[in-house]
Design a protein around this ligand. Structure first.
Ligand SMILES: NC(=O)c1ccc[n+]([C@@H]2O[C@H](COP(=O)([O-])OP(=O)(O)OC[C@H]3O[C@@H](n4cnc5c(N)ncnc54)[C@H](O)[C@@H]3O)[C@@H](O)[C@H]2O)c1
Length: 447
């Protein structure tokens, strides 16, 4: 069929499905495996069970071209020669990593490989704390496959760095590939897979130990999350300083190449499935190894409190929030995704409700996911303008382009009183001068 090896991917979530669709879009025969029957059925019909730009098109084409298939049957992994594990690795209530899904997937994969003749490479793409690939995945796999990593079985840690919202682009154009392995053959196999896949666009490949590869992923997320908590800290200081806008400060410091412009956007705090859970897992891992990572605890605490800053701003504009109608524009943790896991909107909505506000919210794609968590605690609107109708305050929580298009006159026309809290800094304060406009990191205007 094609020159490239057939691969299987276990876990058809954001990472697994986007990776599978990207591989298949470049001619690799790919099988997606998941325990969720409904997801598998949808994928088989060429329909994406999650929102991700570009995914619908390449998935539909890949399924039509018979390059991508999905199944709940792990035994089909044995028909491929490489299996990527992309199952979830959530937090336990104490913050430590929960490896239940990974252990189960590894057990099932090992059993499926028991009778296989010929080489099979297993690649851990899920985010896991240092030591997991060597001390958890390897023995589980070896026990169930009844063979040792080496001649016929390969094992690598290969963390994933794609971002929801740009997952396909990131999968096709990563800035690096990190491969951790204890045996040369595994590392060589995976490197040569990526060399064929990316050809002349192969990014830098970092070959290291599994533990170092695993830590790279945590270091990366902890750095990015800390950068956000850093600029939010500066934003909270700027907000109390006449004539200062954190945007100017961020732009200026970002010109220093040691700092850089990206991830210096002040806001309501980070969300998403990764930063919070990964920092919690890193803190737990570090504590268990005898070191208290104070910095990362502060990163998390700053983030948690940022929701209070947003609600404080609404309260300052309105006085008491009791029985006030508040419009929340945006539920997804960022634009271009329907993911609301750990979204700042959830923290803000919870606080608004505790203070007695009635919340009406809108999001272009995340309402079905929001309903699973918030059910009827809030009212869901059909579009941005109907969200604003008769409200006392509007809080911008996600930087969707359709919210950017709203003009001051829209707020004035639809709201009872045009109080706006721009928690994402999507508007030019100058344009909103005539309205009651408050924004994260915007100090009092000098008069
Ligand atoms: N979402 C991201 O942006 C992102 C980015 C980089 C890395 N990661 C990491 O990648 C991993 C996956 O994240 P995600 O967001 O794609 O997760 P997800 O929750 O969206 O998807 C996980 C999938 O695994 C399936 N699954 C669970 N147990 C299984 C089993 N035993 N066999 C087969 N399938 C099983 C689930 O049904 C689900 O479809 C996590 O470790 C995460 O930290 C995520």
């Amino acid at each position: 069929m094609n020159k490239l090896a057939a691969v299987s991917i276990v876990g058809m979530g954001y990472v697994g499905l986007c990776t599978a669709a990207s591989f298949a879009s470049r001619g690799i025969r790919t099988i997606g495996i998941d325990i969720d029957h409904e997801k598998v059925e949808q994928i088989r019909k060429g329909r994406a069970p999650l929102h991700e730009p570009q995914l619908d098109n390449i998935l539909r084409k890949a399924v039509k071209d018979r390059l991508l298939d999905a199944t709940t049957d792990m035994s089909s992994a044995a028909d491929t020669n490489t299996t990527f594990l992309t199952v979830g690795t959530p937090s336990r209530p104490d913050g430590s990593i929960d490896l239940t899904f990974l252990k189960q997937a590894t057990t099932d994969l090992g059993s499926a490989l028991r009778k296989k003749s010929g080489y099979h490479l297993v690649v851990v793409k899920s985010t896991v704390v240092p030591g997991t690939t060597s001390n958890v995945v390897q023995p589980t796999l070896e026990n169930h496959a009844e063979t040792k990593v080496g001649r016929s079985l390969g094992l690598c840690a290969n963390p994933e760095f794609l971002k929801e919202g740009t997952a396909i682009k990131d999968a096709l154009h990563p800035d690096k590939i990190v491969i951790g392995s204890n045996d040369k053959k595994s590392a060589n196999q995976l490197t040569s897979f990526y060399r064929k896949f990316y050809a002349y666009k192969l990014p830098p490949v970092i070959l290291t130990s599994p533990e170092a590869a695993e830590l790279v992923k945590y270091a990366s997320n902890a750095f990015l999350a800390t950068k956000i908590s850093f600029i939010n800290t500066i934003a909270n200081i700027a907000q109390r300083t006449p004539g200062v806008d954190v945007g100017t400060v961020a732009r200026a410091i970002g010109l220093d190449p040691r700092i850089g412009q990206l991830f210096l956007k002040a806001g309501a705090g980070y969300g998403g499935s990764c930063f919070h859970k990964d920092i919690q897992a890193l803190i737990d891992y570090s504590n268990k190894n005898g070191y208290d990572p104070v910095l990362f605890r502060a990163t998390e605490e700053t983030n948690e409190k940022q929701a209070t800053r947003v609600v404080d701003m609404a309260e300052r504009l309105l006085g008491s929030l009791s029985d006030k109608k508040v419009a929340v524009l945006g539920l997804a943790f960022k634009k271009d995704t329907d993911d609301i896991r750990e979204a700042a909107s959830l923290r803000v909505i919870s606080q608004l409700r505790k203070k007695g506000a009635r919340v009406v919210a809108y999001d272009p794609v995340a309402i079905p996911n929001a309903k699973k968590i918030l059910s009827d605690q809030i009212v869901y609107a059909d579009n941005p303008r109907s969200t604003l109708k008769g409200t006392d305050c509007a809080v911008i929580m996600t930087e969707w382009d359709q919210f950017r298009k709203l003009k001051p006159q829209d707020f004035r026309a639809y709201m009872k009183t045009p109080n706006i809290v721009d928690a994402r800094r999507i508007y030019d304060p100058e344009d909103f001068r005539e309205l009651n406009y408050a924004a994260i990191g915007l100090g009092p205007v000098n008069s």
